[in-house]
Design a protein around this ligand. Structure first.
Ligand code: FAD
Length: 469
Protein backbone atom coordinates (compact mmCIF):
# COMPACT_ATOMS: atom_id res chain seq x y z
CA UNK A 1 0.00 0.00 0.00
CA UNK A 2 1.24 3.51 -0.77
CA UNK A 3 2.87 5.70 1.85
CA UNK A 4 1.87 9.36 1.83
CA UNK A 5 4.25 12.29 2.09
CA UNK A 6 2.56 15.60 2.85
CA UNK A 7 4.72 18.40 1.39
CA UNK A 8 4.54 21.89 2.89
CA UNK A 9 7.47 24.36 3.05
CA UNK A 10 9.85 21.62 1.93
CA UNK A 11 9.51 21.60 -1.83
CA UNK A 12 12.42 19.34 -2.79
CA UNK A 13 13.34 15.69 -3.21
CA UNK A 14 16.97 15.93 -2.05
CA UNK A 15 17.72 15.70 1.66
CA UNK A 16 14.05 15.37 2.59
CA UNK A 17 13.71 13.40 5.82
CA UNK A 18 10.03 12.52 5.38
CA UNK A 19 10.39 11.46 1.76
CA UNK A 20 13.43 9.30 2.52
CA UNK A 21 11.65 7.64 5.46
CA UNK A 22 8.50 7.02 3.42
CA UNK A 23 10.44 5.52 0.51
CA UNK A 24 11.94 2.95 2.87
CA UNK A 25 8.43 1.74 3.71
CA UNK A 26 6.75 1.41 0.34
CA UNK A 27 5.73 3.17 -2.85
CA UNK A 28 5.29 6.88 -2.21
CA UNK A 29 2.47 9.25 -3.13
CA UNK A 30 3.05 12.96 -2.51
CA UNK A 31 0.35 15.41 -1.45
CA UNK A 32 0.36 19.19 -1.52
CA UNK A 33 -2.54 21.07 0.03
CA UNK A 34 -3.05 24.57 -1.33
CA UNK A 35 -4.43 26.84 1.42
CA UNK A 36 -4.98 30.22 -0.26
CA UNK A 37 -7.42 31.50 2.38
CA UNK A 38 -4.99 30.64 5.16
CA UNK A 39 -2.06 32.19 3.33
CA UNK A 40 -4.08 35.34 2.72
CA UNK A 41 -4.99 35.42 6.42
CA UNK A 42 -1.27 35.14 7.16
CA UNK A 43 -0.69 38.15 4.92
CA UNK A 44 1.29 36.40 2.17
CA UNK A 45 1.35 38.36 -1.06
CA UNK A 46 1.60 37.66 -4.77
CA UNK A 47 5.41 37.24 -4.86
CA UNK A 48 5.48 34.48 -2.30
CA UNK A 49 2.36 32.81 -3.66
CA UNK A 50 3.68 32.83 -7.22
CA UNK A 51 7.07 31.50 -6.12
CA UNK A 52 5.37 28.78 -4.12
CA UNK A 53 3.17 27.72 -7.05
CA UNK A 54 6.17 27.55 -9.35
CA UNK A 55 8.03 25.62 -6.66
CA UNK A 56 5.19 23.08 -6.37
CA UNK A 57 5.21 22.64 -10.16
CA UNK A 58 8.99 22.03 -10.09
CA UNK A 59 8.54 19.57 -7.24
CA UNK A 60 5.85 17.70 -9.18
CA UNK A 61 8.30 17.36 -12.11
CA UNK A 62 11.10 16.13 -9.86
CA UNK A 63 8.76 13.62 -8.22
CA UNK A 64 7.46 12.46 -11.60
CA UNK A 65 11.08 11.57 -12.47
CA UNK A 66 10.90 9.10 -9.57
CA UNK A 67 7.44 7.86 -10.62
CA UNK A 68 5.98 9.52 -7.51
CA UNK A 69 2.65 11.19 -8.27
CA UNK A 70 1.86 14.50 -6.53
CA UNK A 71 -1.78 14.93 -5.59
CA UNK A 72 -2.87 18.56 -5.20
CA UNK A 73 -5.97 19.89 -3.50
CA UNK A 74 -7.17 23.43 -2.88
CA UNK A 75 -8.56 23.18 0.64
CA UNK A 76 -8.88 26.87 1.55
CA UNK A 77 -7.41 26.85 5.00
CA UNK A 78 -5.54 24.64 7.45
CA UNK A 79 -8.73 23.58 9.22
CA UNK A 80 -9.60 21.38 6.25
CA UNK A 81 -6.21 19.60 6.20
CA UNK A 82 -7.06 16.66 8.50
CA UNK A 83 -10.16 15.74 6.51
CA UNK A 84 -8.43 16.20 3.15
CA UNK A 85 -5.46 14.01 4.12
CA UNK A 86 -7.72 11.46 5.81
CA UNK A 87 -9.87 11.19 2.68
CA UNK A 88 -6.81 10.76 0.44
CA UNK A 89 -5.37 8.08 2.74
CA UNK A 90 -8.68 6.26 2.72
CA UNK A 91 -9.18 6.42 -1.02
CA UNK A 92 -5.67 5.04 -1.68
CA UNK A 93 -5.70 2.60 1.20
CA UNK A 94 -2.55 4.29 2.57
CA UNK A 95 -1.68 3.27 6.11
CA UNK A 96 1.18 5.70 6.72
CA UNK A 97 1.85 9.40 6.38
CA UNK A 98 5.10 11.33 6.82
CA UNK A 99 5.48 15.09 7.07
CA UNK A 100 7.78 17.79 8.43
CA UNK A 101 6.77 19.83 11.45
CA UNK A 102 6.36 23.56 11.12
CA UNK A 103 6.62 25.88 14.09
CA UNK A 104 4.43 29.00 13.99
CA UNK A 105 1.26 28.61 16.05
CA UNK A 106 -1.27 27.87 13.29
CA UNK A 107 1.09 25.50 11.50
CA UNK A 108 1.90 23.65 14.72
CA UNK A 109 -1.84 23.43 15.47
CA UNK A 110 -2.39 21.99 12.02
CA UNK A 111 0.36 19.39 12.66
CA UNK A 112 -1.42 18.27 15.83
CA UNK A 113 -4.87 18.18 14.23
CA UNK A 114 -3.61 16.12 11.29
CA UNK A 115 -1.75 13.71 13.55
CA UNK A 116 -4.80 13.13 15.76
CA UNK A 117 -7.34 12.88 12.97
CA UNK A 118 -5.31 10.43 10.92
CA UNK A 119 -4.41 8.32 13.92
CA UNK A 120 -8.14 8.09 14.66
CA UNK A 121 -8.60 6.71 11.13
CA UNK A 122 -5.90 4.11 11.71
CA UNK A 123 -3.15 5.88 9.75
CA UNK A 124 0.31 5.85 11.31
CA UNK A 125 1.60 9.42 11.21
CA UNK A 126 5.27 10.40 11.58
CA UNK A 127 6.26 14.05 11.96
CA UNK A 128 9.93 14.79 11.33
CA UNK A 129 11.90 17.84 12.47
CA UNK A 130 13.57 18.67 9.21
CA UNK A 131 13.82 22.45 8.93
CA UNK A 132 16.02 22.74 12.04
CA UNK A 133 19.02 20.87 13.42
CA UNK A 134 17.36 20.72 16.84
CA UNK A 135 13.65 20.37 17.46
CA UNK A 136 12.23 23.18 19.59
CA UNK A 137 12.69 22.12 23.21
CA UNK A 138 15.83 20.11 22.50
CA UNK A 139 18.19 22.97 23.30
CA UNK A 140 17.51 24.47 26.70
CA UNK A 141 19.44 26.67 29.13
CA UNK A 142 21.00 25.28 32.31
CA UNK A 143 17.69 26.14 34.02
CA UNK A 144 15.78 24.06 31.51
CA UNK A 145 14.28 27.14 29.84
CA UNK A 146 14.18 27.99 26.15
CA UNK A 147 16.94 30.39 25.13
CA UNK A 148 15.87 34.01 24.82
CA UNK A 149 19.24 35.35 23.68
CA UNK A 150 20.96 34.38 20.47
CA UNK A 151 24.63 34.02 21.50
CA UNK A 152 24.19 31.33 24.18
CA UNK A 153 21.69 29.58 21.88
CA UNK A 154 24.27 29.58 19.11
CA UNK A 155 26.97 28.26 21.44
CA UNK A 156 24.73 25.40 22.55
CA UNK A 157 23.76 24.74 18.93
CA UNK A 158 27.39 24.30 17.89
CA UNK A 159 28.28 22.35 21.02
CA UNK A 160 25.57 19.73 20.53
CA UNK A 161 25.69 19.47 16.76
CA UNK A 162 26.78 16.06 15.53
CA UNK A 163 27.27 14.33 12.21
CA UNK A 164 23.85 12.68 12.30
CA UNK A 165 22.03 16.00 12.55
CA UNK A 166 23.93 17.22 9.53
CA UNK A 167 23.69 14.04 7.46
CA UNK A 168 21.92 14.42 4.13
CA UNK A 169 19.04 12.07 3.39
CA UNK A 170 19.45 10.49 -0.05
CA UNK A 171 16.68 11.05 -2.59
CA UNK A 172 14.58 7.92 -3.13
CA UNK A 173 15.30 5.53 -5.96
CA UNK A 174 13.01 5.57 -8.97
CA UNK A 175 9.99 3.49 -7.94
CA UNK A 176 7.81 1.26 -10.10
CA UNK A 177 5.03 3.30 -11.73
CA UNK A 178 1.76 3.42 -9.78
CA UNK A 179 -1.70 3.42 -11.27
CA UNK A 180 -2.24 6.89 -9.76
CA UNK A 181 -1.91 10.07 -11.77
CA UNK A 182 -0.35 13.27 -10.51
CA UNK A 183 -2.71 16.24 -10.45
CA UNK A 184 -2.23 19.71 -11.95
CA UNK A 185 -1.92 22.91 -9.93
CA UNK A 186 -5.35 24.17 -8.91
CA UNK A 187 -6.30 27.54 -10.42
CA UNK A 188 -4.36 30.49 -9.07
CA UNK A 189 -6.34 32.48 -6.51
CA UNK A 190 -6.91 36.20 -7.12
CA UNK A 191 -3.87 38.29 -6.18
CA UNK A 192 -3.84 41.93 -5.10
CA UNK A 193 -0.77 42.86 -7.13
CA UNK A 194 0.99 41.11 -10.01
CA UNK A 195 4.10 39.16 -8.91
CA UNK A 196 7.60 40.24 -9.98
CA UNK A 197 8.96 38.60 -13.16
CA UNK A 198 9.51 34.90 -12.56
CA UNK A 199 13.01 35.17 -14.07
CA UNK A 200 14.06 37.20 -10.98
CA UNK A 201 13.39 34.17 -8.79
CA UNK A 202 13.51 30.94 -10.80
CA UNK A 203 11.82 28.32 -8.63
CA UNK A 204 12.87 24.81 -7.75
CA UNK A 205 15.71 22.87 -6.22
CA UNK A 206 17.96 23.01 -9.22
CA UNK A 207 17.94 26.81 -9.23
CA UNK A 208 18.55 26.77 -5.48
CA UNK A 209 21.46 24.34 -5.66
CA UNK A 210 23.06 26.34 -8.48
CA UNK A 211 22.77 29.52 -6.43
CA UNK A 212 24.30 27.82 -3.43
CA UNK A 213 27.31 26.56 -5.33
CA UNK A 214 27.79 29.90 -7.13
CA UNK A 215 27.61 31.74 -3.82
CA UNK A 216 30.11 29.49 -2.11
CA UNK A 217 32.47 29.50 -5.07
CA UNK A 218 32.56 33.24 -5.66
CA UNK A 219 31.21 35.11 -2.67
CA UNK A 220 31.25 32.94 0.45
CA UNK A 221 34.78 33.85 1.47
CA UNK A 222 34.06 37.56 1.08
CA UNK A 223 30.73 37.32 2.91
CA UNK A 224 31.90 38.84 6.16
CA UNK A 225 33.49 41.81 4.42
CA UNK A 226 30.74 42.39 1.85
CA UNK A 227 27.49 41.32 3.43
CA UNK A 228 26.51 44.81 4.58
CA UNK A 229 26.83 46.63 1.27
CA UNK A 230 23.57 46.52 -0.69
CA UNK A 231 25.19 47.66 -3.95
CA UNK A 232 27.41 44.55 -3.87
CA UNK A 233 25.96 41.09 -4.49
CA UNK A 234 27.62 39.91 -1.29
CA UNK A 235 24.96 37.65 0.22
CA UNK A 236 23.54 34.38 -1.04
CA UNK A 237 19.99 35.51 -1.92
CA UNK A 238 18.95 32.02 -0.92
CA UNK A 239 16.27 33.15 1.52
CA UNK A 240 13.26 32.40 -0.74
CA UNK A 241 14.61 28.91 -1.38
CA UNK A 242 15.23 28.24 2.30
CA UNK A 243 11.84 29.68 3.27
CA UNK A 244 10.01 27.25 0.98
CA UNK A 245 12.43 24.39 1.46
CA UNK A 246 13.63 24.15 -2.13
CA UNK A 247 16.98 23.83 -0.37
CA UNK A 248 17.64 22.51 3.14
CA UNK A 249 19.83 24.13 5.77
CA UNK A 250 21.79 20.84 5.86
CA UNK A 251 22.63 21.16 2.18
CA UNK A 252 23.99 24.64 2.96
CA UNK A 253 25.97 23.45 5.96
CA UNK A 254 27.39 20.43 4.15
CA UNK A 255 28.50 22.67 1.30
CA UNK A 256 30.28 24.91 3.83
CA UNK A 257 31.98 21.88 5.40
CA UNK A 258 33.27 20.89 1.98
CA UNK A 259 34.56 24.41 1.24
CA UNK A 260 35.96 25.00 4.70
CA UNK A 261 37.98 21.87 5.48
CA UNK A 262 35.27 20.28 7.57
CA UNK A 263 34.66 23.32 9.79
CA UNK A 264 31.60 25.44 10.49
CA UNK A 265 32.93 27.91 13.02
CA UNK A 266 36.61 28.39 12.38
CA UNK A 267 38.64 28.43 9.21
CA UNK A 268 37.35 30.91 6.70
CA UNK A 269 35.77 33.91 8.46
CA UNK A 270 33.35 34.60 5.62
CA UNK A 271 31.92 31.09 5.64
CA UNK A 272 31.73 31.02 9.43
CA UNK A 273 29.80 34.32 9.40
CA UNK A 274 27.37 32.86 6.89
CA UNK A 275 26.78 29.77 9.05
CA UNK A 276 25.92 32.14 11.89
CA UNK A 277 23.02 33.52 9.84
CA UNK A 278 21.63 30.02 9.38
CA UNK A 279 21.73 29.64 13.15
CA UNK A 280 19.75 32.91 13.50
CA UNK A 281 17.17 31.38 11.22
CA UNK A 282 16.85 28.39 13.52
CA UNK A 283 16.86 30.58 16.66
CA UNK A 284 13.75 32.46 15.51
CA UNK A 285 12.01 29.17 14.78
CA UNK A 286 12.66 28.05 18.34
CA UNK A 287 11.37 31.41 19.61
CA UNK A 288 8.09 31.09 17.71
CA UNK A 289 7.60 27.56 19.04
CA UNK A 290 8.48 28.36 22.66
CA UNK A 291 6.74 31.75 22.86
CA UNK A 292 3.58 31.39 20.77
CA UNK A 293 2.39 34.84 21.90
CA UNK A 294 4.63 36.27 19.15
CA UNK A 295 2.46 34.39 16.66
CA UNK A 296 -0.58 36.18 18.07
CA UNK A 297 0.84 39.55 17.12
CA UNK A 298 2.16 40.14 20.62
CA UNK A 299 5.49 41.73 21.48
CA UNK A 300 8.05 39.30 22.90
CA UNK A 301 8.72 41.82 25.69
CA UNK A 302 5.22 42.23 27.04
CA UNK A 303 5.86 45.62 28.68
CA UNK A 304 6.42 47.19 25.26
CA UNK A 305 2.76 46.52 24.43
CA UNK A 306 2.02 49.80 26.22
CA UNK A 307 4.12 51.83 23.80
CA UNK A 308 2.26 54.82 22.37
CA UNK A 309 2.63 54.07 18.66
CA UNK A 310 1.54 56.91 16.41
CA UNK A 311 -1.33 56.76 14.04
CA UNK A 312 0.02 58.53 10.96
CA UNK A 313 -1.38 57.20 7.73
CA UNK A 314 0.42 59.72 5.53
CA UNK A 315 3.82 58.83 7.02
CA UNK A 316 3.07 55.11 6.73
CA UNK A 317 2.15 55.50 3.05
CA UNK A 318 5.30 57.53 2.40
CA UNK A 319 7.37 54.73 3.96
CA UNK A 320 5.58 52.03 1.94
CA UNK A 321 6.02 53.95 -1.28
CA UNK A 322 9.66 54.98 -0.76
CA UNK A 323 8.92 58.70 -0.38
CA UNK A 324 10.28 59.46 3.10
CA UNK A 325 12.96 61.85 1.84
CA UNK A 326 15.64 59.59 3.36
CA UNK A 327 17.26 58.18 0.20
CA UNK A 328 18.56 54.95 1.73
CA UNK A 329 15.16 54.15 3.26
CA UNK A 330 13.39 54.96 0.01
CA UNK A 331 15.85 52.88 -2.02
CA UNK A 332 15.25 49.99 0.38
CA UNK A 333 11.48 50.18 0.13
CA UNK A 334 11.60 50.43 -3.64
CA UNK A 335 13.88 47.39 -3.76
CA UNK A 336 11.29 45.47 -1.76
CA UNK A 337 8.36 46.47 -3.93
CA UNK A 338 10.11 46.02 -7.28
CA UNK A 339 12.03 42.79 -6.58
CA UNK A 340 10.20 41.06 -3.70
CA UNK A 341 13.43 41.01 -1.69
CA UNK A 342 15.41 43.42 0.43
CA UNK A 343 19.03 43.32 1.55
CA UNK A 344 19.42 42.51 5.26
CA UNK A 345 21.18 45.78 6.14
CA UNK A 346 18.31 47.65 4.53
CA UNK A 347 15.67 45.55 6.31
CA UNK A 348 17.25 46.70 9.56
CA UNK A 349 17.46 50.35 8.48
CA UNK A 350 13.96 50.59 7.06
CA UNK A 351 12.34 48.63 9.91
CA UNK A 352 14.03 50.82 12.46
CA UNK A 353 13.01 53.93 10.56
CA UNK A 354 9.34 52.94 10.65
CA UNK A 355 9.30 51.84 14.26
CA UNK A 356 11.58 54.53 15.70
CA UNK A 357 11.68 57.61 13.49
CA UNK A 358 8.04 57.38 12.52
CA UNK A 359 7.06 55.63 15.77
CA UNK A 360 4.57 53.52 13.81
CA UNK A 361 3.64 50.10 15.16
CA UNK A 362 6.15 47.49 13.93
CA UNK A 363 3.26 45.12 13.22
CA UNK A 364 2.20 47.32 10.29
CA UNK A 365 5.71 47.08 8.86
CA UNK A 366 5.85 43.35 9.47
CA UNK A 367 2.63 42.92 7.50
CA UNK A 368 3.81 45.16 4.66
CA UNK A 369 7.05 43.17 4.36
CA UNK A 370 5.11 39.90 4.39
CA UNK A 371 2.86 41.16 1.60
CA UNK A 372 5.83 41.89 -0.67
CA UNK A 373 8.60 39.48 0.29
CA UNK A 374 9.21 36.46 -1.88
CA UNK A 375 11.08 34.99 1.13
CA UNK A 376 8.34 35.88 3.64
CA UNK A 377 8.95 33.63 6.63
CA UNK A 378 6.92 34.25 9.75
CA UNK A 379 9.68 33.44 12.24
CA UNK A 380 12.46 35.43 10.55
CA UNK A 381 10.22 38.37 9.68
CA UNK A 382 8.70 38.62 13.13
CA UNK A 383 12.11 38.17 14.75
CA UNK A 384 13.66 40.85 12.54
CA UNK A 385 10.86 43.33 13.15
CA UNK A 386 10.82 42.82 16.89
CA UNK A 387 14.60 43.24 16.90
CA UNK A 388 14.36 46.56 15.05
CA UNK A 389 11.49 47.83 17.20
CA UNK A 390 13.27 46.82 20.44
CA UNK A 391 10.32 44.69 21.50
CA UNK A 392 11.94 41.31 20.84
CA UNK A 393 14.38 38.74 22.18
CA UNK A 394 17.82 40.09 21.42
CA UNK A 395 16.26 43.37 20.48
CA UNK A 396 18.40 46.34 19.68
CA UNK A 397 18.44 48.40 22.89
CA UNK A 398 15.80 51.10 22.42
CA UNK A 399 18.34 53.92 22.59
CA UNK A 400 20.36 52.50 19.71
CA UNK A 401 18.60 54.18 16.83
CA UNK A 402 20.30 54.04 13.44
CA UNK A 403 20.90 57.39 11.82
CA UNK A 404 19.78 56.57 8.26
CA UNK A 405 22.14 59.10 6.72
CA UNK A 406 25.16 57.76 8.59
CA UNK A 407 24.18 54.21 7.67
CA UNK A 408 23.84 55.28 4.06
CA UNK A 409 27.32 56.84 3.96
CA UNK A 410 28.81 53.80 5.61
CA UNK A 411 27.13 51.04 3.65
CA UNK A 412 26.48 52.70 0.30
CA UNK A 413 29.54 54.96 0.28
CA UNK A 414 29.37 56.00 -3.37
CA UNK A 415 25.57 56.13 -3.42
CA UNK A 416 25.44 53.48 -6.13
CA UNK A 417 22.58 51.57 -4.62
CA UNK A 418 20.58 54.75 -4.12
CA UNK A 419 21.21 55.81 -7.71
CA UNK A 420 19.96 52.43 -8.97
CA UNK A 421 16.74 52.42 -6.98
CA UNK A 422 15.90 56.12 -6.76
CA UNK A 423 16.26 57.43 -10.31
CA UNK A 424 15.47 61.00 -9.17
CA UNK A 425 18.88 60.98 -7.48
CA UNK A 426 20.91 59.14 -10.11
CA UNK A 427 22.28 62.36 -11.62
CA UNK A 428 23.02 63.94 -8.25
CA UNK A 429 26.63 64.18 -7.08
CA UNK A 430 27.31 60.87 -5.28
CA UNK A 431 28.40 62.70 -2.14
CA UNK A 432 25.07 64.46 -1.96
CA UNK A 433 22.96 61.39 -2.57
CA UNK A 434 22.76 60.43 1.10
CA UNK A 435 21.06 63.69 2.08
CA UNK A 436 20.62 66.01 -0.88
CA UNK A 437 20.41 69.77 -0.21
CA UNK A 438 16.94 71.27 -0.39
CA UNK A 439 17.49 72.95 -3.76
CA UNK A 440 18.69 69.68 -5.30
CA UNK A 441 15.69 67.82 -3.93
CA UNK A 442 13.37 70.42 -5.39
CA UNK A 443 15.11 70.40 -8.76
CA UNK A 444 15.02 66.59 -8.96
CA UNK A 445 11.45 66.20 -7.68
CA UNK A 446 12.64 64.29 -4.62
CA UNK A 447 10.77 64.92 -1.33
CA UNK A 448 12.07 66.71 1.76
CA UNK A 449 12.65 64.44 4.79
CA UNK A 450 9.29 63.66 6.42
CA UNK A 451 10.85 63.83 9.87
CA UNK A 452 13.93 65.44 11.32
CA UNK A 453 16.34 62.72 12.52
CA UNK A 454 17.20 64.34 15.84
CA UNK A 455 13.66 65.28 16.79
CA UNK A 456 12.31 61.88 15.71
CA UNK A 457 15.01 60.10 17.65
CA UNK A 458 14.14 62.05 20.78
CA UNK A 459 10.44 61.31 20.32
CA UNK A 460 11.21 57.57 20.20
CA UNK A 461 13.47 57.76 23.24
CA UNK A 462 10.73 59.58 25.17
CA UNK A 463 8.12 57.01 24.16
CA UNK A 464 10.31 54.13 25.36
CA UNK A 465 11.30 55.99 28.52
CA UNK A 466 7.61 56.48 29.30
CA UNK A 467 7.22 52.69 29.45
CA UNK A 468 9.42 52.60 32.50
CA UNK A 469 7.52 55.21 34.49
P1 FAD B 1 22.36 35.49 3.65
O1 FAD B 1 23.05 36.64 4.28
O2 FAD B 1 23.03 34.83 2.52
O3 FAD B 1 22.02 34.47 4.79
C1 FAD B 1 21.77 33.07 4.53
C2 FAD B 1 20.43 32.64 5.05
O4 FAD B 1 20.39 32.75 6.46
C3 FAD B 1 19.28 33.49 4.55
O5 FAD B 1 18.88 33.08 3.27
C4 FAD B 1 18.23 33.23 5.61
O6 FAD B 1 17.57 32.01 5.41
C5 FAD B 1 19.08 33.11 6.87
N1 FAD B 1 19.15 34.40 7.58
C6 FAD B 1 20.02 35.40 7.35
N2 FAD B 1 19.84 36.39 8.23
C7 FAD B 1 18.82 36.02 9.03
C8 FAD B 1 18.16 36.63 10.13
N3 FAD B 1 18.53 37.82 10.62
N4 FAD B 1 17.13 35.98 10.70
C9 FAD B 1 16.74 34.77 10.25
N5 FAD B 1 17.33 34.15 9.21
C10 FAD B 1 18.36 34.76 8.61
N6 FAD B 1 14.51 36.46 6.39
C11 FAD B 1 13.69 35.61 5.76
O7 FAD B 1 14.12 34.56 5.29
N7 FAD B 1 12.35 35.90 5.64
C12 FAD B 1 11.80 37.06 6.14
O8 FAD B 1 10.58 37.26 6.05
C13 FAD B 1 12.67 37.98 6.78
N8 FAD B 1 12.21 39.17 7.26
C14 FAD B 1 13.08 40.03 7.89
C15 FAD B 1 12.59 41.24 8.40
C16 FAD B 1 13.43 42.14 9.06
C17 FAD B 1 12.89 43.44 9.61
C18 FAD B 1 14.80 41.81 9.21
C19 FAD B 1 15.73 42.75 9.92
C20 FAD B 1 15.29 40.61 8.70
C21 FAD B 1 14.45 39.71 8.04
N9 FAD B 1 14.93 38.49 7.51
C22 FAD B 1 14.06 37.63 6.89
C23 FAD B 1 16.33 38.08 7.72
C24 FAD B 1 17.33 38.50 6.62
O9 FAD B 1 17.19 39.86 6.33
C25 FAD B 1 17.14 37.70 5.34
O10 FAD B 1 17.11 36.32 5.62
C26 FAD B 1 18.30 37.95 4.36
O11 FAD B 1 18.39 39.31 4.05
C27 FAD B 1 18.10 37.13 3.12
O12 FAD B 1 19.11 37.36 2.21
P2 FAD B 1 20.18 36.23 1.84
O13 FAD B 1 19.47 34.98 1.49
O14 FAD B 1 21.09 36.82 0.84
O15 FAD B 1 20.90 36.05 3.24
Amino acid sequence: TPVLVWFRNDLRIHDHRALAAAARQGPVVGVFLHCPDQWRAHGHGANRLDFLRRGVAALADDLAGLNIPLLQRDIGDFAAAPEALGAIAESLGAGRLHFHHDYPLDEAGCDRAVTQALAARGVEVTGHHDGVAFAPGELLTGQGEPYKVFTPFSRAWHRHLDAERLALSPPPEVQAPLAIDGEPLPPCPAMDDPPVASSRWPAGSRAAEERLSRFLRYRGRHYKAQRDFPAVAGTSELSPYLALGMLSHRQCLQAVLTENDGRLTEGDAGLAAWVNELVWREFYRHIAAAFPAVCRHRAFQAHTEALAWRDDEAAFRAWCEGRTGYPIVDAAMRQLVTSGWMHNRLRMISAMFLSKHLLIDWRRGEAFFMRHLVDGDFCANNGGWQWAASTGTDAAPYFRIFNPTTQSKRFDPDGRFIADLVPELSKVDPKQRHDPPEAVRRAQGYPAPIVDHKAARQRALDAFAALKS
